[in-house]
Design a protein around this ligand. Structure first.
Ligand SMILES: O=C(O)C(=O)C[C@]1(C(=O)O)C=C[C@@H](O)C=C1
Length: 273
């Protein structure tokens, strides 16, 4: 099985992809330099992509949600990874700080102590590499597991805003319409998108009332701009249960009468106890 994920080696995505891969008979990892490119690798270059979808502090990873609107992909698994960062520097007074765009939001308190520009990178590994190549005073937000034997002039450990920081990842494949078979002893989650194709007053509240009426518990609700006009949003929703459950089926049948629904898949709930 070919698994695409965010590289270069050293990213949290690599840890998540390996954790997912260990459940398979065999797998090979393929690294790509940006999240949109990771997802684009499926299905021609890779069978599965493992990408971050939500950080406990920073919220959803927008490039991933936005790709779901554009491409027929199916979520087949989720997994959660603890995320810890250090701030490392080649000088006591850095003139700039390299930080991956999601990591920046998770370390905002530490970064605000430095009155220097933050240069966004596509991955945490890229932030480290740019620091190592820099001939100017610079710093980088780097995963704790990447500190290795590097000799930094300055290291500040545990710079995440919240001690309990974690990121949820999903494994996705090309949507084929034949979703993962449902097992009776597994607790599932279902992801879907409500596409804003007929905007009208009360669109969201109507849909939420349908979920409430069928007692479907939502675990995530995120609005993403359609990019067409101000005030128009697609809604990314996660709920407890499998899309073949009677309640979810009935709720989606009603919602589909008013708006297009993209079912993104049902998968074992990683947070279930
Ligand atoms: O750059 C990495 O290490 C990644 O795997 C990406 C990513 C993300 O985009 O959310 C994964 C976990 C952390 O939340 C920060 C960065």
């Amino acid at each position: 099985m070919r698994i695409a994920t965010l590289g270069p080696a050293g990213t949290f995505s690599e840890i998540a992809a390996c954790e997912y891969g260990r459940q398979l008979d065999n797998y090979t990892l393929q690294f790509y330099p940006a999240l949109a490119r990771v997802l684009k690798a499926v299905p021609e270059e890779a069978d599965i992509a493992v990408v971050p979808i939500e950080n406990i502090v920073e919220g959803v990873v927008s490039p991933v949600i936005d790709t779901f609107v554009k491409r027929p992909l199916e979520i087949i698994a989720e997994l959660s990874i603890p995320v810890r960062f250090s701030l490392v520097a080649n000088h006591r007074s850095p003139a700039k700080i390299y930080a991956q765009f999601v990591a920046q939001g998770q370390c905002s308190e530490c970064l605000s102590q430095y009155d220097v520009p933050v240069m966004n990178t596509a991955s945490n590994s890229e932030a480290l590499q740019l620091l190592l190549q820099s001939h100017e005073p610079a710093a980088a937000v780097v995963p704790e597991h990447c500190l290795g034997d590097h000799n930094f002039a300055h290291t500040q450990h545990d710079v995440t805003d919240y001690a309990h920081n974690e990121t949820r990842f999903v494994a996705v494949r090309e949507a084929k319409g034949n979703s993962v078979p449902r097992a009776s002893d597994v607790r599932y989650k279902t992801s879907l998108l409500i596409i804003d194709d007929t905007d009208h007053p009360g669109l969201l509240v109507e849909h939420l009332q349908v979920f409430a009426a069928y007692r479907v518990n939502l675990t995530s609700l995120v609005s993403r701009p359609t990019g067409q006009a101000f005030g128009q949003y697609h809604f990314y929703i996660e709920c407890e249960g499998h899309h073949e459950d009677t309640a979810i089926r009935a709720a989606l049948t009603l919602i589909k009468l008013r708006n297009k629904v993209m079912l993104l898949g049902s998968y074992p709930n990683a947070g279930a106890v």
